[in-house]
Design a protein around this ligand. Structure first.
Ligand SMILES: Cc1cc2nc3c(=O)[nH]c(=O)nc-3n(C[C@H](O)[C@H](O)[C@H](O)COP(=O)(O)O)c2cc1C
Ligand code: FES
Length: 641
């Protein structure tokens, strides 16, 4: 980026791209290290330092480039490193591996086998990314460039064809044509409800008033979700480009990027991207000489889940507390300072350059009839491969969980998957072959949400997890409307009571009725969707609720008040391990005397259960604890012990 000249035309952009590509030597070694949040947490910066030092030591500083990229997807197996040419992909790289990687892979083109991907179940080593199941079943339209781009370098984005869609929009298309193309693409908002993007744009465009705003929603307050953060961190320019195209189509000259403050890398990368785009003439006054002007500001959110709701987010941008307001008139017509304001999710904006470049027809071929394109999910929970995945709409839940996710951890049984964040529903095993799209998920009581996908196994209690999400939403409720503020409080009290073993027979019906009332009467979608986890848990796992209430039994053995631990005398080897581990001295016994647990003292922390090497500690629910063995009972020794 040494001699920057402002881009003053579509031709200038093409010329600059050619120059950048020409300057690149395709044979030169590039070591790309992911410095997305996941890999940074696993020590990526130490790996970067080790590469720099080793290259210096070996006199290779001038021959090898280090590129710092955003998230590559398989964060769990980070820090991730890719070496070009030949795209050698290394996983879980440690500073100690670096010298060998340079000596073997960079200098001698040999692989360092221990850093290659090893299938967590079969143990098989995969050399190519496209052979790794986690990547094989994905279609990475938005995320693909993360591996090639240093998000802090606008020229990397330009060299991949960046800002050419904006140039096409500004010079070759009228605003109506752009909106028409977005409508025809059938792109639906990726932030939750799946509202058709083109229709929203049209509404803002046609709303009265000359001052209009476009906004990116990167609040992402859902626990376990990191799609939008990863996209902004890894490829901020694709979002800016989409936003600028939208602004031009709608007739806005000012835009906001709302990013939560807890996302420092996203804030840093998008702020820098805006500065660079302004310097290159791709944002600001007279963009690429087209006469169109567009300024973008970053608004840092204070980290409240409810502030991700459209009217709350716009209130926050106005400088007030980010609480929702009644939407008698949509924010697309009266938003920030009562001006027409078009809010879209990060991923929605990211799809725009792809649609403008490839056309709506091409885009519509991906996905399902009702939901075109791809969807990014953060796949988390009890699957073997967690991470950031991008799949075509319509993929089966089974493929997402078993092919990409590699199945359930420790060979446990699948119980449910929650889509749609904290107010999404639980989808049971019978729907594993459901094609994932907006309508199909709604039909089974869940929703797409912004893309959190939490996999739940047999060890999860469906009452306890519904309680967890109700408590989360109660905490996050702004308290402005009674159904949400007080309704969730009452719901939480009942659910906590059921989990404490105080549930009454009539509670289940009350929970059902109250959930419906909260859904119907709340001010915003936080309240109106808050009961989804409860309602789907009740619909698909009612027997678990009934067992809690009628038999005081938690079949998953999670609810502390409903479980007990005891030591099976026949299995106990009197090894003293659990006795030493118990933090409250509830385990009694001696060497050569079987141990027993004093129930009154036991806090049910499970430490004895976890540490026993002989599976002698039993966790039970819904049945009485057997009496302790007579004092002095000798262990029945296992052979060889
Ligand atoms: C409580 C609550 C939180 C929300 N949080 C987000 C969020 O973090 N990101 C987002 O894009 N949409 C969020 N939404 C949805 C937004 O209100 C809005 O529908 C969305 O940003 C519109 O963008 P889209 O049309 O591209 O989906 C939230 C909605 C509610 C009710
Ligand atoms: S943060 Fe590095 S792979 Fe996701």
């Amino acid at each position: 980026m040494a001699n920057i000249t402002r881009i003053n035309s579509q031709k200038d952009l093409k010329k600059l791209r050619e120059q950048i590509v020409r300057k690149k030597d395709p044979r030169k070694t590039i070591i790309s290290v992911c410095v997305g949040t996941g890999c940074v947490a696993l020590g990526a910066w130490k790996v970067v330092d080790a590469f720099k030092k080793d290259l210096q030591k070996k006199g290779l500083k001038e021959n090898v480039d280090i590129k710092l990229t955003g998230c590559l997807g398989s964060c769990e197996h980070g820090p991730r490193v890719i070496i070009q040419p030949n795209e050698i992909c290394y996983f879980k790289v440690k500073p100690e591996d670096v010298s060998e990687i340079i000596s073997n892979t960079v200098l001698e083109k040999k692989l360092v086998e221990r850093c290659l991907y090893r299938d967590p179940i079969k143990g098989k080593i995969e050399k190519k990314l496209e052979d790794i199941p986690f990547y094989k079943y994905q279609q990475r339209l938005l995320l693909e460039n993360n591996a090639r781009i240093d998000p802090k370098n606008i020229e990397d984005y330009i060299s991949e064809g960046g800002y050419e869609a904006l140039a096409k929009a500004l010079f070759d298309m009228k605003s109506e044509k752009i909106i028409d193309e977005v409508k025809k693409s059938n792109l639906r908002g990726r932030g939750g409800g799946g509202f058709p993007t083109g229709i929203k744009w049209d509404t803002t465009k046609n709303a009265p008033g000359d001052t209009k705003y476009v906004i990116v929603n990167c609040d992402e307050g859902d626990p376990g979700a990191f799609m939008d953060r990863s996209l902004i961190e890894g490829n901020p320019h694709i979002i800016l480009e989409g936003l600028a195209i939208g602004a031009y189509a709608i007739g806005a000259h000012e835009g906001f990027i709302y990013v939560r403050e807890e996302y420092p890398i996203a804030v840093e990368n998008i702020s820098l991207a805006i500065k660079q785009a302004e310097i290159y003439g791709l944002l600001g006054e007279n963009i690429m000489g087209s006469g169109f002007k567009f300024k973008v500001k970053v608004h840092r959110g204070a980290g409240a889940f409810v502030s991700g709701e459209s009217s709350a987010l716009m209130t926050a941008i106005e400088g007030k507390v980010g609480e929702p307001r009644p939407k008698y008139v949509h924010t697309a017509v009266k938003g920030i300072w009562n001006k027409p304001s078009c809010l879209n999710n990060v991923e929605t904006w990211g799809n725009i350059p792809i649609i403008i470049t490839n056309g709506s027809e091409w885009f519509r071929k991906i996905g399902t009839k009702g939901s075109s394109g791809t969807k990014i999910f953060s796949l988390v929970g009890k699957v073997n491969n967690t991470g950031l995945v991008e799949v075509p709409m319509g993929i089966k839940l089974r493929d997402l969980i078993y092919e990409i996710g590699g199945g359930i951890r420790e060979g446990k049984k699948f119980k449910a998957v929650q889509t749609g964040g904290p107010s999404g529903g639980f989808i049971p095993e019978k729907y594993l072959d459901l094609p994932v799209d907006f309508d199909e998920l709604n039909n089974v009581g869940s929703m797409m949400g912004s893309g959190g996908l939490v996999v739940i196994d047999e060890d999860t209690c469906m009452v306890d997890i519904a309680k967890y999400f109700v408590d989360f939403l109660l905490e996050e409720s702004c308290g402005k409307c009674i159904p949400c503020r007080d309704g969730l409080k009452v719901l939480s009290n009942i659910l906590n009571g059921i989990c404490r073993g105080e549930g009454k027979k009539e509670d289940i019906q009350i929970v059902d009725d109250l959930s419906e009332t909260i859904r119907e009467a709340s001010l915003c979608a936080l309240g109106s969707t808050a009961a989804n986890p409860v309602l789907t848990s009740l619909e698909y796992f009612k027997d678990e609720w009934e067992q809690h209430v009628k038999e005081k039994k938690c079949p998953a053995k999670v609810c502390k008040a409903l479980i007990n631990y005891y030591i099976e005398a026949k299995k106990c080897q009197a090894c003293l391990l659990c006795l030493k581990e118990c933090p409250v001295n509830a385990v009694h016994g001696e060497k050569d005397q079987v141990h027993w647990i004093e129930q009154e003292k036991c806090t049910k922390c499970g430490a004895c259960y976890d540490i026993c090497n002989f599976n002698a500690v039993e966790r039970i629910s819904g049945r009485p604890v057997p009496p302790p063995p007579p004092k002095g009972t000798k262990p029945i020794r296992k052979k060889g012990k």
